[in-house]
Design a protein. Sequence first.
Length: 335
Amino acid sequence: MASIKEVAQKAGVGVGTVSRVLNSTGYVSDETRNKVETAMKELNYIPNELARNLLSKKSGIVAIIIPKISHPFFAEVVLYAEAELMKKGYKTMICSTYSEQNYEKEYINMLNRHIVDGIIAGSHLLDFEEYQGVQGPIVALDRFLGESIPVVSTNHKIGGKLAAEELIRNNCRCVLQIQGARIVDSPSHERHYEFERCMKKHGVTVYSHEMDWNDFDYGQYDVMADMLMDKYPDIDGIFAADMVAIACIRQLLKRKKKVPRDVKVVAYDGTYVAKVGVMNLTVVQQPIEELAKSAVNILLNMMQGKKYHNKKAFFEPSLLYGDTTYNKDKIEFEN
């Protein structure tokens, strides 16, 4: 493998000049830069990024901490965040915490040791206190972690209202909503509070089921849906996240119930799985690409020294019609 000294000799310049070209520091004329770049290409020179990073105390790596990479919502977050980071010259370390509770703490320690330059935190494991006192830049995805840690989230209150109005338009009178564990301090709970408020205002009965903490496995969703369809046989509407909604539809069909004739379903998230099943789901779609890009850009600002206090970035969801509700003409609702 060619060395930086060999590149300098071939280009007819000093080692310091090659270093300035590699690190984009100091002045180098266009003519000299072209000579150096040509020499590197002809010698197939590969810069030692590790050595450069040790000198600058930067790794060029951002960690994205998520519960489970196979979950459609988090898979799409990683997809868009990684693409945005690559555009900005950073590599991505994907950290899944589903199987081991201490993984999240290890990743935070990696930030403290400068192994990663920043963290986008979307996991639901560590307590609030674990993030306090961390010196490096962190952006939280759909979770409150403290005044100094910005949070990027959907406006879930609007999302809950959209779901409620769609089921009301479909004349639902007895509905089931399935929500995540409230032990996690997340803005996402707002959608269920608002959903219930809207439904009860219109005289609709609402049953609420809270899932187990850190539950992201479809097999568990199917078992839960089986139990809930037996427990609430008279419901005519369901509001749940994409994967949970699909599990509920599966159990409804096993019981010879038709969707949307007997039970209307509004899903939440709007990931790719909402369009690949037996029927397209009517969904409240989160703007996942916007969430991911915003989290990246806020984090990069922090890595460059910008300070945030009580920063909350919220993006609006939208209702997309599918086959699990009747698409009636829209009516106006009072707030």
